[in-house]
Design a protein around this ligand. Structure first.
Ligand SMILES: [Zn+2]
Ligand SMILES: [Zn+2]
Length: 308
């Protein structure tokens, strides 16, 4: 066993429980990664899915000894942190929790943003009352050693707040996460009839956007699995959601194919999307790419496990 991936929350924006989402699940972003000899515990994001993961760790891992956990946050939007106060290991003495994440506001560190959820204003327990030892580690773009032969590279994505993509490498295998993110676009007018059109600025805008997209593609190069934001279809994105910081299935397929990834998992499902719709979309895209690429595509599903 080299790398094990398990989805605990696959939804974007807000939890979406109910009969229409039971198949894929209604919890927001949370992924468990296990790597290394001792099955090192790495968690991506603390959406509502982290609550069940916490209970699972207490049942299965705690009996073997105190929990040591690396929690890597992509960014601090609600859907990626709202489960944190309900992650039971933080109330257990001797738990060691490293919380990594990008910092957008220098004056407000992660301890204030995440720990700040645990104030009487929002929650009945204060941060100072937590039994776990919690370290907050701010991240920028870098590569670092997480221990046990796990190496992590971070990359800024395109979202309305600083947001990090993560690339995990272990024993020649790699997993890349890219959520939440929207393809970079030229924001300057490109049509001479548009007001404010400037040919030099338009050209520069195109160049910068394609360079930034290329950097993200390089970050994903040759990955065994890419877990990518695919909240919208291309049509939905262009019609209503440009600038919200999310990607389309079509963009994800193209990028993952060009990056020569083996498999891409669509993640951060729109809260409105029903199980039926997700099934239909997947079948449609599978048909679209048949015979054109070796890339495997799938929809992230709560409870699903991928072993590399
Ligand atoms: Zn999100
Ligand atoms: Zn977000």
């Amino acid at each position: 066993m080299s790398i094990k991936i398990r989805f605990w929350g696959v939804r974007g924006s807000i939890p979406a429980p109910g009969p229409r989402t039971m198949g894929y699940g209604g919890n927001t972003a949370c992924i468990e990664l296990r790597m290394g000899e001792n099955e090192k515990i790495i968690i991506l994001d603390a959406g509502s899915g982290i609550r069940d993961l916490g209970a699972h760790l207490i049942k299965n891992d705690l009996p073997k000894g105190p929990l040591s956990i690396d929690l890597l946050l992509t960014h601090t939007h609600w859907d990626h942190i709202l489960g944190f106060p309900f992650f039971s290991p933080i109330f257990i003495p001797n738990t060691k929790l490293n919380v990594y994440g990008p910092v957008t506001y220098e004056e407000d560190g992660l301890d204030k943003i995440i720990g700040g959820l645990l104030t009487y204003r929002y929650f009945p327990v204060k941060q100072s009352e937590l039994a776990a030892e919690i370290n907050y580690i701010p991240l920028k773009e870098s590569t670092f050693d997480l221990g046990e032969g796990v190496f992590v590279t971070t990359k800024y994505l395109n979202h309305p707040i600083l947001c990090l993509g993560y690339r995990f490498e272990h024993k020649g295998r790699s997993v890349v996460t890219a959520f939440d993110t929207e393809p970079f676009r030229n924001l300057f007018p490109t049509d001479p009839s548009q007001p404010g059109y400037d040919p030099l600025v338009a050209e520069e805008g195109e160049k910068v956007a394609s360079e930034e997209n290329e950097k993200i593609l390089n970050f994903m190069k040759g990955a065994d699995v890419i877990i990518h934001d695919a909240q919208y279809t291309e049509e939905e994105l262009n019609k209503s959601y440009l600038g919200w910081g999310h990607s389309s299935f079509e963009h994800v397929i193209k990028t993952a194919h060009r990056a020569r990834a083996k498999r891409v998992v669509f993640f951060h499902h729109d809260p409105q999307r029903t199980d039926e719709q997700l099934d239909e979309l997947l079948a449609g895209y599978q048909k679209m790419i048949r015979g054109k690429t070796k890339l495997e595509i799938s929809m992230a599903r709560e409870g699903e496990e991928i072993v590399l």
